[in-house]
Write a protein that binds this ligand. Structure first.
Ligand code: GRG
Length: 308
């Protein structure tokens, strides 16, 4: 897939080979994740952690982190430990989300869910272990980054994963299930926290590691919040339009669970329009970075065109 990306009036339209970029980044991330988590005693927990961490997935979060670090003048090696940690936290949230007490799903990333293979007890512990290891991994493996930046990264990620982020969004989601009168404001809260906070942290943490200015962090944060919401709108649409094979998880879960979603409020066409509008607004935030923003701009377009 070669995307033509408009960079603003002062620069020519450039083409960027996103498919090759994503494939190369994914390959490097798979290698880094594999070596991040060796199996030691007690083997069962490490095997359960690796089962879900190495089960595939688009690796969008670590790719965003590496791209943002490079945009801000850093290198991929400076951001790789944080990129891996972001995937560990994302994977933890999937394992816990699939548990019988939450969404109760049997398939994820085209494979049986963690609890279906290892049991609820080990699946809960595998999620906990991935969450704590993520922070240990950033603190002990990050190199060539000033300690203040590492600390700021850990603090930002802690906030994004906690009650003010991922967990808060999930709590309101759980409380809203089965209700027919969920407002747009509540739906926005759920997704800005449950999905958006971690995506925002990917982009912002990458730039923090490269010692980006406060103004650039704000621009990147606004970019990421918009693509985070667009990502979730597309996720809601795909739950209706895509097959289990395409998604690698059960399709049609939202309707089945009686969830209020963006398409249930707006319909599919208007949801797509809203997602495109959010992506356009996100891309406008990056005009100031010129051609350095090409990867992030292309990823933003990919979010609305994806099929899984
Ligand atoms: C214990 C800290 C803690 C959190 C748990 C369960 C939970 C709280 C939150 C749920 C978060 C969640 C599952 C959000 C959905 C995010 C989402 C759209 C996931 C799908 O992401 P993709 O499409 O998946 O990037 P792949 O498989 O490609 O990585």
């Amino acid at each position: 897939m070669v995307l033509a990306t408009e960079m603003g009036s002062s620069q020519p339209e450039s083409s960027f080979d996103l498919s090759t970029y994503l494939a190369k980044r994914k390959e490097a991330i798979e290698v880094a994740l594999d070596s991040a988590l060796p199996v030691i005693y007690p083997e069962k927990i490490y095997e359960a952690m690796r089962y879900s961490l190495l089960a595939g997935g688009k690796r969008l979060r670590p790719i965003l982190c590496l791209a943002s670090c490079e945009l801000a003048g850093g290198t991929t090696s400076m951001a790789m430990p944080t990129a891996c940690a972001l995937e560990m936290i994302h994977t933890m949230s999937l394992i816990h989300d699939d548990l019988p007490a939450m969404d109760n799903d049997d398939y994820r990333r085209g494979k049986l869910t963690n609890h279906k293979v290892y049991g609820d007890d080990i699946a809960i512990l595998a999620g906990d272990a991935l969450l704590t290891y993520a922070f240990e991994f950033i603190a002990t493996k990050t190199e060539n980054v000033p300690p203040q930046q590492v600390l700021q990264t850990i603090a930002h990620l802690g906030r994004a994963s906690g009650a003010g982020g991922l967990i808060g969004g999930q709590v309101v989601d759980v409380e809203s299930e089965g209700k027919t009168d969920v407002s747009l404001e509540t739906l926005n809260y759920i997704h800005a926290h449950k999905t958006g906070a971690l995506l925002e942290a990917c982009v912002v943490c990458g730039a923090i590691l490269a010692s980006a200015s406060e103004a650039d962090l704000q621009r990147l944060s606004r970019f990421a919040k918009n693509i985070g919401l667009a990502f979730q709108i597309i996720d809601d649409i795909l739950d209706i339009t895509a097959t289990q094979e395409e998604l690698g998880k059960t399709a049609g879960k939202d309707v089945q669970a009686g969830k209020v979603t963006f398409p249930s409020l707006w319909g599919i066409e208007e949801s797509r329009r809203q997602a495109s509008q959010l992506v356009a607004e996100a891309k406008a935030q990056l005009a100031v970075f010129g051609s350095k923003a090409l990867p992030l701009l292309a990823i933003a377009d990919f979010i609305t065109s994806r099929s899984n």
